[in-house]
Write a protein of this length. Structure first.
Length: 316
């Protein structure tokens, strides 16, 4: 449905995207992740035919060039951009009517407003909507017309947890209907929940592409064991005597140790129980997609930059 082949995008002397290739199949949710400025928005705008700063490579959507054959592609693709700008004095219902006429899809707007719990806002002015409401409206409008490809740039920015989960369900339902979805996100748990495959961008280059589970396993680092700081005095030295390395990523309340083998966890539990500490004070954490992401984009886990990235989940 979407094929990007050796795509390079430049803005003057700036190379924003360099030699990127991927494809999105029917019913697949494909994620693009990377730091701000990594090239995510440049790629999705090029896929949507919104700009043509392409130096080399090619893009096709349902076999068509999204820029040269934009009128045809526009009936096949829906887009929700990071910042959707609607006429502020337009009412929600009027905007839905406009999209229905463009896509020859009468009644689709009302059905989608119901799906995203926006039906009660039909007569509300766009200027009166919150940021989260505008995001949901943009996602609803992106689906009008029975499109075959949907591009979602920063899918759930500004949504509360309930709205976010409802949006996830809507996206999964679209994939189940055979729609191909290309999404970008800074939220690794969102990517983990939705995407079958993920491409990781760093400085405009695609440095990894695989399933979230495979990325975590290949690039996420070792499994770690976390021990409460309430452990008896000297327990840390005993654990280090096992040959376990303590990570600087630990907190004042917990110590983090690198697990070398599957038997380490049982050995530590035995040591803690023998020292009179409840087994609940120790936990095991396998590598996560976020760990892999931080390593792939060049951020050392446990660093201040890593902590800042964690607090920006869902941000720009």
């Amino acid at each position: 449905m979407v094929r990007v082949d050796r795509l390079t995008i430049t803005y003057g002397s700036l190379v924003a995207v360099r030699d990127v290739s991927f494809q999105v199949s029917p019913g697949e949710i494909f994620g693009l992740v990377g730091p701000n400025g990594a090239g995510k928005t440049s790629i999705v705008e090029a896929v949507g035919g919104l700009c043509r700063p392409v130096r080399s490579g090619s893009i096709t959507v349902c076999g068509l060039d999204p820029y040269r054959e934009r009128p045809a592609v526009s009936r096949l693709i829906g887009m929700q951009l990071q910042e959707s700008l609607f006429p502020s004095r337009t009412r929600v219902g009027e905007l839905c009517d406009l999209y229905e006429s463009i896509y020859a899809a009468p009644g689709a707007g009302d059905r989608l407003l119901d799906t995203f719990n926006l039906a009660h806002l039909r007569r509300r002015l766009i200027s009166e909507l919150s940021g989260g409401m505008r995001q949901r409206l943009a996602l609803a409008l992106a689906q009008i017309g029975g499109v075959r490809v949907i591009v979602l740039d920063e899918l759930t920015t500004g949504l509360d947890p309930e709205q976010r989960r409802g949006t996830w369900r809507a996206v999964l339902d679209l994939a189940a209907q055979g729609v191909a979805l290309l999404i970008t996100s800074h939220s690794m748990d969102e990517v983990q929940a939705l995407c079958g495959r993920v491409g990781v961008l760093r400085r405009g280059e695609l440095v990894a592409l695989d399933s979230p589970a495979q990325l975590a396993a290949a690039h996420g680092g070792p499994t770690t064991i976390s021990v409460d700081a309430d452990a008896p005095d000297g327990i840390g030295k005993q654990l280090e005597a096992f040959g376990l390395t303590r990570l600087a990523a630990g907190t004042e309340r917990r110590g983090e140790y690198v697990m070398r083998s599957p038997t380490d966890y049982d050995r530590i539990l035995q040591q803690l129980v023998a020292a009179g500490l409840p087994a609940s004070r120790v936990s095991k954490r396998p590598p996560r997609l976020e760990d892999a992401y931080l390593r792939l984009v060049g951020v050392k886990p446990g660093s201040a930059e890593s902590d800042q990235a964690a607090t920006r989940k869902g941000g720009n």
